[in-house]
Design a protein around this ligand. Structure first.
Ligand code: AGP
Length: 610
């Protein structure tokens, strides 16, 4: 997944493009580039480089930049062609008149390239993107809109495009299928971008370009058409969060800032979804009759969202007695699942753009199942392809390692379980009231954990030398162990595996010796004693134990070498609170090792390609 931005207006384009691009760097950061039309020469000027945007800025600082007011720019997460100067975007056509940036994957680019080569086109890069520029050239007869319209007609795959041409020095053309693209509507200036943060400095009015739509932008006008050339009346949305939301506010990393935002996110969600002892889920999109008619639920998601789904499964089964299965999206979409209209599919995605999850939704709907999505990004593709959407409203999540979205997703699954339990009368009013009382305590419990952040940082530093970690949990905290391991490995690159503690004796215990650290998620619960026996087995084999335990639990100190305490919390809600010490632990280990916490290698904020 990449980040693209385009500008047409009265200002000098390059500073606007680079400032916006920096706000998209979480989408991919292995190479970047910018292209403008020089108003003096009428020719296109391109600067691109391997590496982060700061390297591109460095290069630009050595050039006298023409006062161009039209340009496109790109930050890359390589799919076709290694991250290097040649494969970086933007890419030219053969005539050097047309230039474009692209986010997505063209599946038939090899055939197109072969055919174009046969007709004399020459290619400089290994990318699928450069082929698009040559396909547009192939259809170009002076009308850029028409050429792009014909080109998108032969492309297969996913794409968000930004195209400029020397013959039209005041026009920016954009098109999309599958990959996100927004239009920022300004005052005598207009933008295209992969995501809202890139244009928030200039405007809070955006158009979410839909699949199979093309837009033609000039400084004074935005026109939208479908791929058949029919005019479309776009809806302009007003963005509710401001540029502040995408600043670090004095935190050294977005991840740390977002960890600290969780009490506010939780407070806000409970305020929105709890009316006295009632759960109110606006946007669920299903009638009470349909909810009563559900035979079983399948949760589908990827990565951290999948772990939130696993916690949700325990809660929904516990509070509604509806059987819940869970699948990673990339497996669900190809396993030909047995579904019908009495199946409810709950998909979870922070970005709402994860390709595998989108494909899973299409698979489920093609089989008549209803789809409710838990999502954090307004207007994202997933929200447009679901029967109902439960927004987590956690605000923009910039750090690639998901934190606040994770606990918000678990909280939304909890509210969904309580709501379904109420509608289906599987939970007594007394029990619901008691659980809602416990849920209302969570924001404060988060605050209490954050107060201990220095202690957690110290434990992290003391244990950051270990070359391999195992994370263990049981029952509703088995997914917590999986998530703890994912957080550590994705930002510190230390091999870490999450495991159901009961599985230890069936293999992983072979890993245990004095060079291994084991994080045991062991808050007070009805499986606590089982966790203690696991810890004794590990200790007997000289393994180093770091426990997550309930404040006041002094006994655990006999088993663990270090303890990260969490306040007393209802066992059903312990995964919410236990997540925070694990997020902080991973964060401080990564910082200790000098890793790029917000932009870990090889990762991207959401994976819009399969
Ligand atoms: C989590 O820290 C990772 N960024 C990744 O596993 C992520 O959860 C996964 O790619 C799913 O993304 P989504 O929630 O945007 O669909």
């Amino acid at each position: 997944m990449c980040g693209i931005i385009g500008y047409v207006g009265k200002k000098q384009a390059i500073p606007v493009l680079i400032a916006g691009l920096e706000k998209l760097e979480y989408r991919g950061y292995d190479s970047s580039g910018v292209g403008i039309i020089n108003p003096q020469t009428g020719r296109i000027v391109v600067h691109k480089t391997q590496g982060k945007i700061r390297k591109l800025k460095e290069i630009l600082s050595h050039h006298t930049l023409p006062n161009a007011t039209l340009g496109i720019s790109h930050t890359r997460w390589a799919t076709h062609g290694i991250p290097n100067h040649v494969n970086a975007h933007p890419h030219f056509d053969g005539s050097k008149k047309i230039l474009l940036v692209h986010n997505g994957i063209i599946e038939n680019y090899q055939e197109l390239k072969h055919e174009l080569r046969r007709r004399g086109h020459r290619f400089l890069s290994d990318t699928d993107t450069e082929v698009i520029a040559h396909v547009i050239q192939d259809h170009y007869d002076g009308d850029l809109f028409k050429a792009v319209q014909k080109a998108v007609g032969v492309l297969q795959g996913s794409f968000a495009l930004g195209v400029i041409c020397t013959d039209h020095p005041d026009t920016l053309v954009a098109a999309r299928i599958g990959s996100p693209l927004i239009i920022g509507v300004g005052n005598k200036e207009n933008f295209i971008a992969s995501d809202v943060p890139a244009i928030l400095d200039a405007t809070d009015r955006v158009i979410y370009l839909k699949d199979n739509e093309i837009a033609v932008l000039t400084a004074d006008q935005v026109r939208v058409f479908d791929f058949k050339g029919r005019k479309v009346k776009p809806i302009i949305h007003k963005i509710t969060f401001n540029v502040d939301a995408v600043q670090k506010h004095g935190f050294s990393h977005f991840m740390l800032k977002e960890i600290h935002e969780q009490p506010w996110v939780m407070e806000h969600m409970l305020k929105t979804c709890l009316k006295k002892d009632q759960v109110v889920l606006s946007g669920l999109g299903l009638k009470v009759r349909e909810l009563k008619n559900i035979r079983n639920i399948t949760v589908v998601a990827c990565g951290t969202a999948y772990h939130a789904g696993m916690v949700g499964r325990y809660l929904i089964e516990k509070l509604t007695r509806i059987p819940v299965s869970i699948d990673v999206s990339s497996e669900f979409r190809y396993r030909d699942p047995i579904l019908d209209k009495r199946n409810l599919i709950v998909t979870i995605s922070q970005s709402g753009e994860t390709a595998d999850t989108l494909a899973a939704v299409r698979e489920a709907r093609s089989k008549g199942a209803k789809v409710v999505s838990i999502c954090n990004v307004l207007g994202s593709s997933l929200t447009r392809e679901s029967d109902g959407v439960l927004y987590t409203h956690a605000g923009p999540e910039i750090g690639v390692a998901s934190t606040k979205a994770y606990t918000a997703q678990i909280a939304m699954m909890t509210l969904l379980a309580l709501y379904l339990g109420t509608v289906r009368k599987s939970i007594a009013l007394k029990e619901r009231k008691a659980l809602i009382r416990e849920l209302r305590k969570i924001p404060d419990l988060f605050q209490q954990v954050l107060k201990d952040k220095q202690k957690i940082a110290k434990i992290a530093k003391q244990n950051s030398h270990f070359g391999c970690f195992l994370f263990l949990g049981r029952n509703i905290n088995f997914p917590t162990a999986l998530e703890g391991a994912l957080k550590l490995k994705e930002i510190s690159y230390i091999p870490a595996e999450g495991y159901a503690a009961g599985e230890m004796k069936h293999g992983p215990i072979a890993l245990i010796d004095e060079y291994r650290a084991v994080v045991c998620v062991a808050p007070q619960s009805d499986v606590y004693e089982k966790m203690i026996s696991n810890m004794q087995e590990i200790r007997a084999r000289k393994g180093k134990i770091i426990a997550v335990a309930t404040r006041g639990d002094r006994a655990i100190r006999h088993h663990a070498h270090s303890v990260m305490y969490i306040p007393v919390v209802h066992p059903l809600f312990s995964p919410l609170v236990a997540a925070l010490p694990l997020q902080l632990f991973a964060y401080h280990v990564a910082v200790q090792l000098g890793c790029d916490v917000d932009q870990p290698r090889n990762l991207a904020k959401s994976v819009t390609v399969e």
